[in-house]
Design a protein around this ligand. Structure first.
Ligand code: NAG
Length: 482
């Protein structure tokens, strides 16, 4: 979902009354970011509080991701990473993930091996695994057992776009909240739903109801579901004890627009890019009675902060033996403070851009490779941004600098000869240097199964496909691949 998909951020059809109300009852963060322009690295960062380059969810060739193959990822969240639910468990929390995991398919990566007590959802994205008919065929699991697949028409009817999956995820959420709300057990619910990823879908109640088409139907259904969850917390009388945060894992995918992708409003480009449209996302904090309603915070926030903030609210410390990139937002949320901090924009292992205050310096602008463009892949359709431009590798090309307050669309680079440029870069350059000098990258997980780029596939890749696309004769009898 994109920043521009919410009425509260100016989406003209105003079809998100519940999220808009959530903002009016809570705090709106217009300067909130994902840790990466792509879903699984962002999710890895949310749960570890660390940049993808540290937690392993990166490629070594500056690609957002490498593998477009059925197996997609054979790596996963390394054992050495400490996940939010693993820590919350120590404070007596029950942890549930509902929706997309996407942090590895193998047994050792299973969410129930990584701190979650319950799981209902899919192991990965809609990219695959594809069956031989080139259609998404994503398994859905309850804990260790596969209970069905998206396609096969029990979840998605690709002719009509009808699917009850978001409704099923809503039902899972309220059942979970009811169970632990009644028993007064502290819980962490990670409602990591699959929508609005393409292929987009909605249940019959929402199909055809949006002015924006099928994508808008899906947004309306998410909006409705979040309204239901918040209402449910209120009705159970536990809203005052429950901190809720809404965000997205990357900007809207313009490559999927107009029918399958959303809006990043004034921001340039979308998912897969390190322009604002790829990484600036909606952020709304909600906690009735605890935070002052109807505020806007211009704090630069990041999904990694949800790790640190959640620990702080649960009375826990983040691990001290590693670099944590998330900051504790509780002083921001509870006392209206603002903390200066940089935002780092990565593609794979490459630090593409840095934001400090209102300024953003691009060291490398690359939205599509020529190869991608020649295959018709364009992450910035309608924009005149193509190919590769390096800003630090060629001596006479200086970093592109934008002021995101007066130029949110990154259209008017500040002249390198100006005093403003030179002053701002005096502040940004040492931050970048320090970040690069002290960076210790984790072991890369996203290019292990890279048939397209490396023309090589480790044996494990083949094995994975066996279970994720089981024989047609017994499609439901699949268990998690060991
Ligand atoms: C969604 O649920 C309704 C009501 O139970 C059912 O009639 C419909 O077939 C379901 N749709 C799909 C695509 O499974």
């Amino acid at each position: 979902m994109g920043w521009g998909d919410l009425g509260v951020f100016g989406e003209p059809s105003k079809e998100t009354p519940n999220l808009d109300r959530m903002a009016s009852e809570g705090i709106l963060f217009p300067d909130f970011y994902t840790a990466n322009p792509l879903c699984s690295p962002s999710r890895a960062s949310l749960l570890t509080g660390r940049l993808p380059i540290r937690n392993g969810f990166y490629t070594t060739n500056a690609h957002a991701r490498n593998a477009y193959t059925p197996q997609e990822i054979v790596g996963g969240i390394p054992d050495s990473e400490v996940l939010l639910p693993e820590l919350l468990k120590k404070a007596g929390y029950i942890n549930k993930i509902i929706g997309k995991w996407h942090l590895g398919h193998r047994n050792k990566y299973h969410p129930l091996n990584r701190g979650f007590d319950e799981w209902f959802g899919s192991p990965n994205c809609h990219f695959g695994p594809y069956d031989n008919k080139e259609r998404p065929n994503i398994p859905v699991y309850r804990d260790w057992e596969m209970i069905g697949r998206y396609y096969e028409d029990i979840y998605i009817n690709h002719k009509t776009g009808e699917s009850n999956l978001t409704q099923i995820y809503l039902q899972e959420a309220t059942t979970f909240i009811y169970k632990y709300g009644i028993s007064k057990q502290p819980f962490f619910m990670y409602w990591a739903i699959d929508a609005t990823h393409a292929p987009v879908y909605a249940s019959s109640r929402f199909l055809g109801t949006s002015r924006r088409g099928l994508y808008g139907d899906a947004v309306r259904e998410i909006d409705f579901s979040i309204g239901q969850i918040l209402e449910f917390l209120k009705n159970m009388g536990i809203a005052k004890n429950t901190f809720v945060f809404f965000t997205s894992d990357n900007g809207a995918a313009l490559i999927s627009a107009p029918h399958q992708g959303g809006s990043n409003s004034p921001f340039l480009c979308g998912k897969q890019t390190t322009f604002e449209g790829g990484m600036r996302v909606p952020g709304i904090a909600w906690w009735p009675g605890q935070l002052a309603a109807g505020q806007v915070s211009y704090q630069l926030g990041n999904v990694m902060d949800l790790f640190t903030t959640s620990l702080a609210l649960a009375g826990l410390e983040p691990p001290a033996d590693r670099q944590i990139d998330g900051i504790d937002l509780s002083p921001v949320i509870l006392e209206g403070k603002e903390v200066e901090r940089p935002i780092f924009y990565y593609r794979g292992n490459e630090l593409m851009a840095v934001r400090l205050g209102p300024y953003k310096a691009h060291y490398w602008t690359w939205s599509n490779s020529w190869q991608e463009l020649s295959q018709g892949i364009n992450f910035c359709p309608g924009q005149n941004i193509t190919g590769v431009t390096t800003h630090d590798q060629v001596e006479y090309i200086k970093p592109l600098l934008f002021h995101l307050g007066r130029d949110p669309g990154e259209k008017y680079p500040i002249r390198p000869s100006s005093a403003e440029y030179q002053n701002v870069m005096l502040g940004i350059s040492p931050v970048v240097r320090q970040h690069k000098d002290t960076m210790i990258p984790g072991e890369p997980q996203l290019n292990v199964c890279d048939l397209a780029v490396m023309n090589w596939s480790p044996p494990g890749c083949k094995k994975l496909g066996k279970c994720l696309t089981p024989p047609e004769s017994q499609p439901w009898k699949c268990v998690w691949p060991h």
